[in-house]
Design a protein around this ligand. Sequence first.
Ligand SMILES: Cc1ncc(COP(=O)(O)O)c(C=O)c1O
Length: 368
Amino acid sequence: MHEKFIPVANPKLRFVEKKNEFLKVAESVIESGMYILGNEVSSFEKEFAEYIGVKYCVGVANGTDALAIALKGLGVKDGDEVITVSHSAVATVAAIEMTGAVPVLADIEPDTRCIDPEKIIKLISSKTKVIIPVHIYGQPARIKEIIAIARSNGLKVLEDCAQAHGAKVDNKMVGSFGDAAAFSFYPTKNLGAIGDGGAVVTNSFDVFENVLALRQYGWHQRYVSDLPGVNSRLDELQAAFLRIKLKDLDKDNSRRNEIAEKYSLVMHKLDLEPPKKIPSTYHVYHLYVIESEKRDTLAKYLNSKGIGTALHYPLPIHLQPAYKGRIRGGQSLHKTELLYTRILSLPMYPELSDAQVSTVIDSIKGWN
Ligand SMILES: Cc1ncc(COP(=O)(O)O)c(C=O)c1O
């Protein structure tokens, strides 16, 4: 590997930088003797709900479970349809199928790269119960239009915020618009743990109560299973680490924006398409994804210069072997199918130094 290789993401840096602080809280968890659903989880839930601007937060084991448990909490049953996108992590569709519901796929719009509200309308059937917009890469979907469509059709909205901690529309956090929202704390996320973690947030007391029970064997009361639940608890240690990192999230997101601004300045000159600026939205650049017909040669070139690149994702969900040919809507995802051949993710994390950002920019300038 290149001596000064710049990866696409580097979660280790923060944990090393604040190692003493993390070790201190780990020690306090050890000393507390409370290892499951203790003070760290409940404090994190309170702090994260406050951060997003919602009433309730329930910590769970990962983002996939957060989506599945939230769907169940919203009342989704076997055979119900859930409309979402193919341009996402496979987890979005996997979570729908975990609940026994049926995923239906809508195309994206090229500007936000998120679900196209117009396409949702055409897919609504008598079985549709929920819409899951994914705020992909940290760019908010057109959430207000989506909520309006849901309301006029008696549907619920579950926001997939796994890539969008702190993103905003009209200065309001994503995750606070829908009936519920799911977050992932996978280590590379804008708010990432030292392992797996996830959360469901909601303003609805009923959804909160359901989700709270579902994450732990369907218990409202210890040893009494009112619902067929699962074990999907946020870990006490991970909650303690996340509380430390939550304090830096806004600062981290503004550093991501600063880096994105610098990257975007050079792209136009080189016929590379940077992420579009969408008015009234705050993008948190979980990923900085450009588009180019020549992305494969660009990737090769950047890798030879010691700069990491990645594809998010190499294949949309409806073309993955497990899903190919069997998901409704999968036949007419033309924009999704064009986008995945053009995307390329560049290094993006708050700890990137100005010098590293310049190295990336200078290398891109030297291409061709
Ligand atoms: C958009 C999206 N949804 C859901 C998930 C699932 O999260 P997790 O990996 O924590 O299960 C991820 C993360 O990979 C994601 O990026």
